[in-house]
Design a protein. Structure first.
Length: 89
């Protein structure tokens, strides 16, 4: 069995936010719902959950595509890491 590999939570959050903002034909309710479920679990388990906001508050009825079109906030710890990475780039 290969060695264990981990994914950086910051990279995963950036990926999730990018995909939750998508509006193409493949960015369905099921697709975005799965991403929301995954990123919320990862953020809670890693102590980085800071909430989310809808992309459009006027299109956020529960269970709709607009409901899952959201952005998850960066924790202070993640924001500092992101700034550190930007400075060293």
């Amino acid at each position: 069995m290969p060695g264990r590999k981990t994914v950086d939570v910051l990279i995963l959050l950036q990926w999730a936010n990018k995909n939750l903002a998508r509006e193409d034909e493949f960015a369905t309710v099921d697709f975005k719902s799965g991403i929301c479920t995954m990123i919320e679990m990862v953020l809670h388990e890693s102590g980085n959950y800071e909430g989310f906001g809808f992309q459009d508050n006027d299109d956020s009825a529960t269970g709709t595509l607009g409901y899952y079109s959201r952005i998850y906030w960066y924790s202070d710890k993640m924001r500092k890491e992101c700034n550190k990475q930007l400075r060293s780039a």
